[in-house]
Design a protein around this ligand. Sequence first.
Ligand code: NI
Length: 648
Amino acid sequence: MTSTALPKSSVSSSVQHPLDPLFPEELAIAVETVKQQQNLGNSVRFGSVTLHEPSKVVVKSFKPGDPIRREAFAILLDNATGKTYEAIVSITEKTVVSYTHIPDVQPSIMLDEFVECEEAVKASPEFRAALEKRGITDIDLVMIDPWSAGNFDKEDEKGLRLSRAFCWIRSDSNDNGYARPIEGVVPVVDLNKMEVIRVEDYGIVPLPPQSGNYERDYIPKFRDDLKPLDIVQPDGPSFEVNGHKVYWQKWHFRIGFNPREGLVLYDIGYEDEGKIRPIIYRASLAEMVVPYNVSGATPSNHFRKNAFDVGEYGIGMLANSLSLGCDCLGVIRYFDAYLTNSTGEVATIENAICMHEEDFGILWKHMDWRTENTEVRRSRRLVVSFIATVGNYEYGFYWYFYQDGNIQFEVKLTGIVNTAAIAPNQDPEFGVLLAPGLVGHVHQHMFNVRLDMTVDGDQNSVSEVNTEAIPLGPKNPYGNACQVTSTVLKTEQEAQRIVDPFKARYWKIENPSITNAVGKPVGYKLMPSDTVLPFAHPEAKVYQRATFMTKNLWVTPYSSEEKYPAGNYPNQHPGGDGLPKWTEGDRAIENTDVVVWYTFGQHHIPRPEDWPVMPVSYTGFLLKPNGFFKQNPAMDLPPSQKNGHCHS
Ligand code: NI
């Protein structure tokens, strides 16, 4: 038996909980209601339609069977006027609750705009002339990736909805076009008019000579020494699902999904001595940005590359439909995602979220060396994941739950690195040669995860823990002693912190009102892993637009309005919105309902081995119980029995 997919509960199953994502029929009602009651014409696009999340009070007082009022939140763009609107629609009452013009913002770039932008560029005579100069005649083989334009304080860009595209050429319809950048040609597109404003031309660079094909038909010979490795779960998985609620051993949580953040987890708790103890109210990838480090001194478009894949594109919009036995192995429970396209039609991404169990080596072990009695337990983790394709790149987002109370978030980076062409025999200044004439520029992938913490209740405090050697002297006569200091972060600005591996720095989220078996506050600790800070100066636009990436830790008091660390509308935004703006007031964060924003990043100096498709690179962080439990909570795990192995 190989991998198996479990049946999904039927789509028509009614709403069970206020945090259930909107079902297709609810999305349709929301779209129809706003179209009719606001008299919307064809020039209005739906950027996104998603659940308008009810307040915490509503969620916490909810009992199964209670009536549920459902609301949708929609972002709309009128291409005729360039104006953006936010709508709140009551699905229950089929009425528009509010319809508000949001001045001077650009909603994220929609999938339909990707397709239309490519068509518009291909139809442009100016673009065709630029291709002709380069000897490119077959327009069907040209690929246009409509990148966000960013904001560089250019007068002629103000108020326009722009994309500045990058172009490549395939040699046949399945060829990997990213092997051959059409260097120097930058179509600038007004997305409202879907018109090419101009085509910038920075000079001809020859196409790189080699192909970079990775599809199976191009691989001349597969290695033939790989024997099957199947995951067999004859009695099924150890989790249960009821609607969007998941039970796995002692873990409880709810699954959500939205077009902007993709997977969202709610109400994460662990059952301890018969009681479900809350840990996180809501957890999501709230923003990410990929700043490239190409100098603007060289004429090209590459200095502008700063993709905010959550806020500028919608990472949920770009989610893959996952395949059994490929993306996940074992007994899988998939969840579909329901979205809308820009005309408001409901679109389903089947199998967008994958949930399954993985063996994860050993969890704990000891051999009593006198008796040789051995106790060892296997570790198993529950994995909830989705994968998004953002143009050339793939990001896999994985939440792991462990039997010892650990929660891990991991990003798997793969796909194709963004490429540029360089003249033969030249060495790139801001990148690395991936293949002859083909460059991968240096960049970082910066992620911010929003953790609305609720460790044994809403009132939490955050502390920083540092370890330092005690100076030689009477307190440390042999020079070996160190001291661990824990400092409560009292205000938002005190809580803007960066990692320090030389002090083994971590942060604790504690409930000061609830003490554990040794009289200390119960808590979880946030363990950073390898990370990076941006290499941009404070004067750089990307620094101002993505200030969240300049600190690893931010803490704010909960506000339902504060969801996205680079602001609600990062596309073409001049900067300063989100975390830097909210935390100017330096609000108190001690013993209150806190939100922890953790930024982590990966520095990417590409390698030839990242070409043509990059092997997965991993980054993330860990939340570990820290005096939350009385002792190792996995002592009650039974020893493995089957298959005749592992008996003492
Ligand atoms: Ni990268």
